[in-house]
Design a protein around this ligand. Structure first.
Ligand SMILES: [Zn+2]
Length: 350
């Protein structure tokens, strides 16, 4: 398997996030990828590669994200420091948001207002290297998709920050650019008539759902902690089936906190059945391993061996697959669990 590694992943290394009413050290840290790379050194299940040169990456991103959002993200840090040089010592966090009844069509002049307009939580700080790291991650996701479109059975975008919570014009949930959506869009542009995104992260893939909600060419499926109690709370219910042309092309499989492994794999079967019914020609897997029993911010019970089984099952779906690295916060185990998925996939794919 080709593994496109984001060499700039350490540049996003934010300090504090708002969590349960306090500023706490960020859960989404560079150490997560350190552990995956260390495990890949022990078990080389793929070839580590730099992303392909992509002069058209900006245009590709503009197919899934709003230009004004991309412009804001690209310049946010410089703007922040220009407001006050002392800001260079502090990460950017929003504190005000345009909820129902406020206007989102106008772009405010105030930086504080714009950071709120383009975000949905205070858990996703922006720092000096955030844009560079996120953009390089997008290049990895697009490289994985191009490589699968070119005939590879599978490719993995090994990157952070993750992407599946990032929507058309907002960041949140540690995500800034939606790597899974970019991979799906790339597969479509490269000729796949129908693509499916299967999100197995503990948290609902709200950004991916929103990006494709009105389209029938990209099926979005997510199995996740029930949003009635689990982040991101405001999307991910079973009655969200898509809208307009996209009606029927979104499937949410919310599961209660504490769901057993067998029930989780039954939901995976339901998700894969929907992928088959969609007649998808390629599959994007938003691979979070925060379904692990030891994850500090999640509530499912998968064990390390279950990730081998997940990889095997994904391979047996028989489709070309792009995997993007999403969540997983039991930092020391993230490497074993991610590489187990890849190893299981490779073993079953032959
Ligand atoms: Zn997650």
């Amino acid at each position: 398997m080709k593994i496109f590694r984001n060499a700039l992943y350490r540049r996003h290394d934010a300090r504090l996030e708002m969590y349960r009413g306090r500023l706490v050290p960020c859960h989404e840290t560079p150490a997560r990828l350190d552990h995956v790379l260390a495990e890949l050194a022990r078990r080389p299940v793929g070839t580590l590669l730099e992303p392909l040169p992509q002069p058209d990456l900006g245009a590709a991103l503009a197919a899934i994200h709003a230009p004004r959002y991309l412009d804001f993200l690209a310049g946010a840090w410089d703007e922040w420091v220009a407001l006050d040089p002392a800001n260079a010592q502090t990460d950017i966090l929003p504190a005000v948001w345009p909820v129902r009844g406020f206007r989102a069509d106008l772009l405010p002049e105030s930086f504080a207002a714009r950071i709120g307009l383009f975000s949905f939580d205070a858990g996703s700080p922006i720092m000096a290297g955030t844009w560079a790291a996120a953009r390089e991650g997008a290049a990895c996701a697009r490289s994985a998709a191009l490589s699968v479109a070119g005939g590879e059975r599978a490719a993995f975008a090994l990157t952070r920050p993750p992407g599946h919570h990032a929507g058309p014009d907002f960041f949140g949930g540690y995500c800034f650019l939606n790597n899974a959506a970019l991979a799906a869009q790339t597969l479509r542009e490269q000729g796949a008539a129908r693509v499916a995104v299967l999100d197995v992260d503990y948290h609902h893939g709200n950004g991916t759902q929103t990006i494709f909600y009105g389209r029938d060419d990209v099926l979005t499926v997510s199995l996740h902690g029930d949003p009635r109690t689990e982040y991101p709370f405001f999307l991910g219910h079973a009655d969200e089936r898509g809208e307009g042309a996209g009606l029927g092309a979104n499937l949410n499989l919310p599961l209660p906190r504490g769901t057993t492994v067998e029930t989780w794999f039954e939901a995976l079967e339901a998700g894969l059945a929907a992928v088959a019914a969609h007649r998808a020609e390629a599959l994007v897997v938003a691979l979070g391993v925060d379904t692990f029993e030891g994850d500090p911010i999640s509530g499912f019970r998968l064990r390390a061996d279950d990730y081998l089984r997940l990889g095997e099952r994904l391979a047996r779906a028989g489709l070309p697959v792009v995997l993007t690295m999403e969540g997983g916060y039991a930092v020391a185990e993230v490497g074993i669990n991610v590489v187990n998925v890849l190893e299981g996939f490779e073993a079953a794919a032959g």
